[in-house]
Design a protein around this ligand. Structure first.
Ligand SMILES: C[S@@+](CC[C@H](N)C(=O)[O-])C[C@H]1O[C@@H](n2cnc3c(N)ncnc32)[C@H](O)[C@@H]1O
Length: 247
């Protein structure tokens, strides 16, 4: 879906009118925020990013803190809060968890429409007292991390201690509801077939470790073998370690 992917790295200050979208999809601004809207029968409910309420709020309060798999994989531990690049930001769920646990997070998303939803979610999070401190730890860039990761990181003056990757993987969601949401998301993001190139870029740029989220039974991304794996109920993290985060 190259026509919706931004070819150059930019700070996100979206002019939503100018974002090209596949036929049948629209970005709609309302009092509730920005939403991606398509035919409900085909795509389900509109897609938007809400860090303040709903699932994000529930996970922030009851999600299990630094015991969560993503936190362990990224090396968050007592007294250790690395700076983390989420180079496949998507709807920012993992990035928000990491930032809510105290990490500085640079979010990189290459699909302009998804980056616009993220930007809108971050703006609203920064205005709410429950989430303002968390949003202040999150920086967003719209660009392709497989092509220009080092430049994107430099443009944000960010220390890339840990790079988190969660590229799209075919058919990993089961429920019909999620399938519909995924259909909308997939329509925009495509299949992320260039994940091996993204891994290579991440291994070049990360100073301490690269972590890759995979479905539990999926093979690792093509390339060097991970040194460690952490397994959860449905997903797995492959860890590529350059050096320890603990001084
Ligand atoms: C499975 S989703 C990530 C979901 C995310 N972890 C979350 O918690 O919401 C993958 C996302 O990564 C983005 N992506 C894939 N390859 C990328 C790249 N090379 N540079 C930037 N974004 C990329 C896709 O556009 C898609 O939005």
């Amino acid at each position: 879906m190259s026509f919706v992917k931004s070819p150059v790295e930019t700070k996100v200050e979206s002019d939503v009118e100018c974002i090209a979208l596949p036929d049948g999809l629209r970005l709609v601004q309302s009092d509730d925020g920005l939403a991606l809207v398509g035919d409900e029968k085909r795509y389900g409910k509109p897609l938007s990013v809400d860090f303040v309420a709903g699932k994000a709020a529930h996970r922030r309060r009851f999600g299990g803190g630094r015991g969560q798999l993503v936190a362990k994989a990224c090396g968050l531990a007592k007294g250790v809060s690395p700076s983390i690049v989420d180079a496949t930001a998507g709807l920012g769920r993992d990035a928000f968890v990491l930032a809510s646990l105290g990490a500085q997070v640079l979010l990189i998303e290459r699909v302009a429409a998804i980056a616009a939803l993220l930007e809108d979610g971050l703006k609203r999070a920064s205005r709410h007292s429950d989430t303002a401190d968390i949003a202040a730890r999150m920086t967003l860039r719209n660009g392709d991390a497989a092509q220009s990761l080092a430049a994107l990181v430099a443009s944000a003056h960010f220390a890339p201690q840990v790079i988190h990757l969660d590229p799209m993987f075919p058919h990993r969601e089961k429920s019909a509801l999620v399938k519909k949401e995924m259909r909308l998301f997939r329509e925009l993001a495509g299949d992320d077939d260039d994940a091996p190139r993204l891994l290579e870029a991440a291994l070049d740029v990360a100073t301490h470790r690269v972590v890759v989220k995979r479905p539990r039974k999926a093979p690792p991304i093509e390339g060097p073998a991970p040194q460690h794996t952490l397994e959860g109920k449905t997903s797995r993290y492959d860890l590529y370690v350059h050096r320890s985060l603990v001084r």
